[in-house]
Design a protein around this ligand. Structure first.
Ligand code: NDP
Length: 481
């Protein structure tokens, strides 16, 4: 049994009310650990530790904060294999994905903000012969970072790194479904000598622990990534208390394929953008629109490739497709496949739960990668976030038509466009109601760029200096000459 503890005031602690939850391995369906169900008592302890640490941390030279974060990044690199294995066991994702994407990205998130703080500057506004204004960007104080289960350490570090670099002290909660790597990170924080109370990691569920965090009066800003309905709940609770909010929420991303695309590159990348991490990435393209001239060819080539994909033991380095994160999530995804059939969709491949032959993982939560056609663009299957290995394919005849379908959803996180026509690429990108538009690529990330969604996909932007601006309060200082 792996026992996870809270990390509060530099120490690893059991929850004060001694309540625990099971941690399930999604590839076996078995409980393999226990995690704290922290209550408001633990959250209070974490907030007070952060508050005590704030005066020293916020006045620590930025170069020293940068050094502390770099030391933490070095330790992530040193323990990368153990972290990748832990992520794979906890989440069900292939260990190869964790080793090539999740853990290197967690390391580079921390390294990036350790460096970015050295280059973070502020504005001055000169009123000729009258006054000089300068913007004094100050850390906010105690801030909260709440992250989801799909990219556990990757998204956790994406939030805490800019918060800490900017001089805040943090109370953070990873998802109760995937707490393992955040726990390992707390051990690394101790090893790296991060001052006590600067980062506090409190484990538990959303309704108990998460709610205690968002309601705490001394938490002045909340950076949240997760589902849109949870984001709406947090916004409702936090807005009247005037907490600063950054919300990165759900997506239902279009993948628009024009007939003049680089076909082979498009086909291989579309396979990845559909099914990487079992389709559980907020940026996966789950609605594939294909220009009618190449629709039949695409359909047959894509389905042939998807039909060859096999789920396997996530901890086997050869596995490309692992388990979905939980039983309830598997049931949700399967219910959407049933809905797609009711709505008149035809399942071209997949569509079912998989019970693996390998007895070691027979109790796990596996779903066949699934391709569906024949659905209207505005049916529920094409409008609601499924967040699993399920995509729909739809033909289109014109740019106007595909933009109407692509923009018809309540979400606006990302889109991918495949065309060799440069003018059209710019035109379509500009018309897309999304925070990110990838042209002839997918998930190509430059950490300096603004990251986030429009509409119900969120409020605010992460990434680069945007994140450092979020985690600071701007004060205008005006000096009359
Ligand atoms: P949830 O919204 O269920 O949970 C996200 C986090 O919020 C978890 O830590 C959860 O805790 C916590 N939480 C739940 N309820 C509350 C509450 N009342 N108060 C405070 N915290 C709470 O999302 P999922 O974990 O299911 O993640 C999947 C979602 O995340 C998808 O919609 C996906 O699109 C979105 N996402 C968005 C990204 C983006 O950048 N826009 C990136 C990645 C994912 P617990 O799990 O312990 O209940």
């Amino acid at each position: 049994m792996k026992i996870i503890q809270n990390y509060i005031d530099g120490k690893l602690l059991n929850p004060q009310e001694n309540q625990w939850m099971d941690n399930v391995n999604p590839s076996t369906g078995k409980v393999y650990g226990q995690i704290p169900l922290s209550t408001e008592i633990d959250v209070e302890q974490a907030v007070q530790a952060a508050k005590r640490a704030f005066p020293a941390w916020s006045s620590t030279p930025y170069t020293e904060r940068s050094r502390c974060l770099s030391a933490l990044a070095d330790l992530i690199s040193k323990h990368a294999d153990a972290l990748a294995l832990a992520e794979s066991i906890d989440n069900g994702k292939p260990v190869s994905l964790a080793a090539h994407v999740d853990i290197p990205r967690a390391e580079s998130n921390i390294r990036f903000f350790a460096s970015a703080i050295n280059h973070f500057s502020s504005e001055a506004h000169i009123m000729e012969n009258t006054a000089i204004n300068y913007t004094n960007r100050k850390p906010i104080g105690v801030v909260a970072c709440i992250s989801p289960w799909n990219l556990p350490l990757y998204l956790f570090t994406w939030k805490i790194a800019p918060a800490l670099a900017a001089g805040n002290c943090v109370v953070a909660k990873p998802s109760e479904i995937t707490p393992q790597t955040a726990y390992l990170l707390s051990e690394l924080c101790i090893e790296a000598g991060l001052p006590s109370g600067v980062l506090n990691i409190v484990h538990g569920d959303g309704p108990t622990t998460g709610n205690a965090i968002i309601h705490h009066p001394e938490i002045k800003a909340i950076s949240f990534t997760g589902g849109t309905s949870t984001g709406a709940h947090i916004a409702r609770e936090a807005a009247p208390k005037f907490k600063k909010l950054s919300l990165e929420l759900g997506g239902k991303n279009p993948n628009i394929i024009f007939a003049d695309c680089n076909y082979e590159k498009m086909l291989n990348t579309t396979l990845r953008s559909s099914f990487a991490n079992q389709g559980q990435i907020c940026l996966c393209g789950s609605r594939i629109f294909v220009e009618e001239d190449i629709y039949e060819q695409f359909k047959s080539d894509f389905v042939a490739k998807v039909s060859k994909m096999r789920v396997g033991n996530p901890t086997d380095p050869a596995t490309k497709m692992g388990a979905v994160v939980s039983k309830s999530h598997m049931e949700k995804v399967l219910s959407y496949i049933a809905l797609a059939k009711e709505e008149g969709g035809e399942i071209l491949c997949g569509g079912k739960q998989v019970i693996p032959q390998d007895t070691a993982i027979a109790g796990g939560f596996f779903i066949e990668p699934t391709v569906i056609e024949g659905l209207k663009y505005d049916c529920r299957t094409n409008q609601e976030e499924i967040f699993g290995p399920v995509v729909t394919i739809t033909p289109f005849s014109s740019e106007v038509e595909v933009l109407k379908m692509a923009n018809s959803v309540e979400y606006g996180l990302s889109a991918t466009v495949w065309t060799e026509n440069l003018t059209r690429a710019h035109r379509v990108a500009n018309e897309l109601q999304t925070g990110i538009a990838w042209i002839n690529c997918w998930l190509l990330r430059d950490l300096r760029t603004p990251f986030g969604g429009t509409k119900s996909s969120g409020v605010g932007r992460e990434g680069g200096f945007e994140a450092l601006r979020f985690f600071t309060e701007a004060q205008n200082v005006c000096i009359e000459l």
